[in-house]
Design a protein around this ligand. Sequence first.
Ligand code: FCB
Length: 457
Amino acid sequence: MTRIDPLQLHQRFPRDFIWGVATSAFQIEGAATADGKGPSIWDTFCRQPGAIADGSNGDIACDHYHRWPADLDLIKALGVDAYRFSVSWPRVQPTGEGAWNEPGLAFYERLVDGLLARGIKPYLTLNHWDLPQALQDRGGWANRDTVHRFVDYACGMAARLGDRVAAITTHNEPWVVAVLGHETGIFAPGIKRRATAMQAAHHLLLSHGLALQALRAQGCSSRLGIVLNLSPIGPATSRPEDVAAARLEDGRSVRWYMDPLFKGAYPADVLEHLGADAPHIEADDLRHIATPMDFLGVNYYTRSVVSASGTWDVKTSGRALTDMGWEVYPEGLTELLLRLHHDYRVPPLYVKENGAAFKDQLVNGSVHDAERTDYIAHHIAAVADALAQGVPMAGYMVWSLLDNFEWASGYEKRFGIVHVDYSTQQRTPKDSALWYRDFLRARAAAPAAPDPVLAGA
Ligand code: FCB
């Protein structure tokens, strides 16, 4: 890939564009039973033989629960505007209802205050997948009662921190929770039943809408939204069966979430396809789901190419692949953002996760991860392309600050721009972190971006 000049890249963004780094609680905190934390479904799932590639778990992870001050110093040293993190629900409310766990709440309060003291905007996610196990024991996201438990949890967190966090995201990637957690079962809670997955998806969306209403009713001043994992989805060939398969996959992974959130209806073709597996929906549910948001977060890693036979081989694309086997396809991000802008009346858009796993080598205190730097630079350029075409882009966050627990892949896949030695917990900024820091420093030197509308005139 061609090298990108950080200064020129900067000139393509407005001054108030938000640059950040992202993590999630289960993937970095560790301290799985400390200070009254209850078990989450991921604590349980990790103990199922064969569930996690390297047999690991989140018990220690990056030990961020104890090392947060140094980690915040690291974030500050990067020069970012914002830090996206998630709250572990069972750390603050061990059984997902009723009593709050004060030490857990105090941890997030220290974290938020520590960010503010360092001049970094806190972007809080309420649900990055670690549902309290006690709620799973009663059906988890497939049980409608969990919707109300989530709304109570959201209100409790906003009462404590809503005056200090810049933004609150209800859910991270409901498709992953629903489909990988309840249909393919490769993620917690490991259920394999499509009807359960679709009911869980509906309850996640409903809880999002109801939480937004409740937070606004209690006067929460943070900006409120959701984060979806989205990709452009195309057919492997122009054969009608491939085109139809791609359309259905787009329905199941993009329109199933975007349509109810922004149009107040589930896509008819997907409902028909699901038949008896379609979720039970009560009167007014869709009206609640479509509660207006202040922002939409998008996580983008790669595009999706679909064939009816399921045989498209990513290696035939000729593109570089990451250590996850994901094709490096930055122009797909521009395509996706343009589509969201044109097909839906989207509020300000943030890329809330973008990054790549590669096989890093720590040699003499350095990690020369040129592939990751290229990946990030080209995806930032893809965001600039969308901005130049009128898409209301407001921010971009790298996944991830630290190497961490990559769910079913365990610690084998490294997404961090900072290397973590899990035996010593030593953090070492990779070359990509230094590039991101230099890119952010270039802001001071870069003239303000021209207004994208005027630039086209
Ligand atoms: C996303 C998740 C995030 C991380 C990246 C690689 O789906 O939101 O936690 O695992 O993938």
